[in-house]
Design a protein around this ligand. Structure first.
Ligand code: ADP
Ligand code: MG
Length: 266
């Protein structure tokens, strides 16, 4: 009877997990002859645990990460151009707390998205928020919002998260108006929030990519002012997987072993 009243009170006060944990906590306290304080601690910790787990799940869902990738699943030995220590340091997320940017450059398949997503997951686990999109999706979304007079509302989505990850820069060239939208976004997040970008194009090619050298310079000026750049040179990991499974596609030998190139040299 008394217990029911306390359960009602806990629920009314917005502590539903404590309400359901009350009975087992009471039994445990009686069994262990606990103090009042240790009983109360146990009850409130049950509440906190459930809340933290729920908040983590919500942040993970809202991040729109396309897959779950972890640093533990990354084979650093395969990609020797990556400094593992640098990635481990980045995983402390101090860069995100300082609102700095992180840019992964490199050819397809070398692990840019994997590392970016893994760092977003680390951030989410540490209580931060992240939002994932691709460059194409971002620009299509902003253009549509602009046409429909909804731009102000959409900016909020990209301004709010602690980390905004924009994947796959460099696959398609920007048009004048989308270039301007990207510039506005970069200005908006400058020193306000961290960005993780991945690109197959080196910075020297961004003028061509943005279709406007002056605009690209202005964008890079802001992006790179507080930034960490991880330049990955190496073979696609997908290639390794294909080799292992004996796929039909055989990659070209490395340059120095390529007989055509060697015979072409003088
Ligand atoms: P990128 O974004 O550079 O094109 P991805 O990160 O998408 O490449 O990597 C392609 C696939 O290979 C993904 O499934 C990724 O998890 C995996 N992968 C890439 N590099 C590694 C690595 N060094 N260790 C383990 N898996 C890797
Ligand atoms: Mg990728």
């Amino acid at each position: 009877m008394e217990t029911e009243h306390v359960v009602d009170l806990l629920e009314m006060l917005g502590l539903p997990s404590s309400a359901s944990a009350l009975e087992p906590c009471l039994n445990e306290a009686a069994r262990q002859d606990s103090t009042y304080l240790s009983f109360l601690t146990q009850l409130l910790e049950a509440e906190r645990h459930v809340r933290q787990r729920r908040s983590l799940e919500t942040r993970l869902k809202l991040s729109r990460l396309p897959q779950q990738k972890r640093l533990e699943g990354f084979d650093f030995k395969y990609q020797s151009s990556i400094d593992e220590r640098q990635i481990r340091e980045l995983a402390s997320l101090a860069f995100a707390a300082r609102k700095e940017n992180l840019i992964f450059l490199g050819p397809p398949g070398v692990g840019k998205s994997h590392l970016g997503i893994a760092l977003c997951m680390e951030a989410i686990q540490k209580g931060m928020t992240a939002y994932f999109t691709s460059m194409d999706r971002l620009l299509a979304d902003l253009s549509k919002a602009e046409r429909e007079g909804q731009l102000e509302r959409r900016w909020k989505v990209y301004r709010r998260p602690d980390i905004l990850m924009i994947d796959e820069i460099g696959y398609s060239r920007l048009k004048q108006d989308t270039g301007n939208l990207f510039f506005q976004l970069v200005c908006m997040r400058y020193e306000q929030g961290s960005m993780i970008l991945t690109s197959t194009k080196g910075f020297g090619d961004w003028g061509d990519l943005m279709g406007d050298t002056a605009l690209a310079t202005a964008i890079l000026d802001r992006l790179l002012n507080h930034a960490h750049v991880v330049n990955i040179r190496g073979d696609s990991y997908r290639m390794k997987e294909r080799k292992k499974t004996g796929g039909l596609f055989t990659p070209a030998p490395p340059l120095e072993q390529n007989p055509i190139l060697i015979s072409g040299q003088n």
